[in-house]
Design a protein around this ligand. Structure first.
Ligand code: AK4
Length: 293
């Protein structure tokens, strides 16, 4: 499906750039309706003229990126996300820029933002929640296998595809755990334990976030929410996890959440074990697609 976006004609005229892909420009796209507006710019649905492929085009203003000093973060996102290929990760096909703006060419998620669905329904059914949590676990297992940690899993960063499949978007906060390539290509012998173990160690932040998200799907609000920032902070530190009596949630779901929201990072339920948890096995749609009705 995405092949036309990937195999651009090569620049035959320029001999030294024979293997270089064609650069994108705004004139390659027909711009459609605006999808949303964020702090750094707007998102439009757009059609790539040659292939008729529908994409989302995020337009970012260079001045705002500079002002907020996030250019390096954006560069990292593009570098990381353009190499990820997973059905539950929003594709980043490429980027281009002009004098004022940077454009991200993104996979179009036809059913929009997940947080709006959550707002609409207040909370999700166990079936829907388990399906999303399993999809996220699979996507994160894939990322962690590539030494990528998302670090910012929350409803605002999740989109829904045309078939109802969940898509992780916005890798602006993600890291490549072994970005110090020279170290990793060389010898391990001089690395301390925390660096040798750093992959599993750091990846566990995504398990925690997934536990928070699972709770929020089922109860409609994150578990450590409080009036004051300082109270949220304290509740997180103490893992002050409470399960309200309403809405009614199964014991199996609470068991899973309790195994993810553990302070000791090494004791959090590994994602492959999450996929075998009875609540996931019994509730998640194996196709990873939530079908309403
Ligand atoms: C909407 C459908 C990094 C830095 C600074 C695809 C920005 C739809 C959408 C869609 C990013 C991103 C993103 C993916 C999602 C864009 O927003 O309109 C919702 N919507 N609805 N994409 N289909 N939105 S945003 N990756 N990355 O913004 N990075 C970034 Cl450092 C500013």
């Amino acid at each position: 499906m995405a092949t036309a976006m990937e195999t651009r004609p090569q620049q035959k005229a320029s001999s030294e750039a024979a293997t270089e892909k064609k650069r994108w420009t705004l004139s390659d796209f027909d711009i459609g309706k605006p999808l949303g507006r964020g702090k750094f710019g707007h998102v439009y649905v757009a059609k790539e003229k040659r292939s008729n492929h529908v994409v989302a085009l995020k337009v970012l203003f260079k001045s705002q990126l500079k002002q907020s000093q996030v250019e390096h973060q954006l560069r990292r996102e593009v570098e990381i996300q353009s190499h990820l290929r997973h059905p539950n990760i929003l594709r980043l096909y490429g980027y281009f820029y002009d004098q004022q703006r940077v454009y991200l060419i993104l996979e179009y998620a036809a059913k929009g933002e997940l947080y709006k669905e959550l707002q609409k329904f207040k909370c999700f059914t166990e079936r829907r929640s388990a399906t999303y949590v399993a999809s996220l676990a699979r996507a994160l297992i894939y990322c962690h296998g590539k030494h990528v940690i998302h670090r910012d899993i929350k409803p605002e960063n999740l989109l829904i595809g045309s078939q109802g499949e969940l898509k992780i978007a916005d890798f602006g906060w993600s890291v490549h755990t072994f970005s110090r390539r020279r170290t990793m290509c060389g010898t391990l012998d001089y690395l301390p334990p925390e660096m040798v173990e750093s992959l599993e160690h750091d990846a566990s932040v995504d398990i925690w976030s997934l536990g928070i998200l699972c709770y929020e799907f089922l109860y409609g609000a994150p578990p450590f929410e409080a009036e004051e920032h300082s109270d949220t902070y304290r509740r997180i530190r103490q893992v002050d996890l409470k399960f309200p009596s309403k809405p009614v949630v199964s014991a199996a779901a609470k068991d899973l959440i309790s195994q993810m929201l553990v302070k000791d990072t090494s004791k959090r339920l590994p994602l492959h074990k999450l996929l075998e948890h009875p609540w996931i096995v019994q509730n998640a749609d194996p196709s990873g697609v939530y079908r309403s009705g």
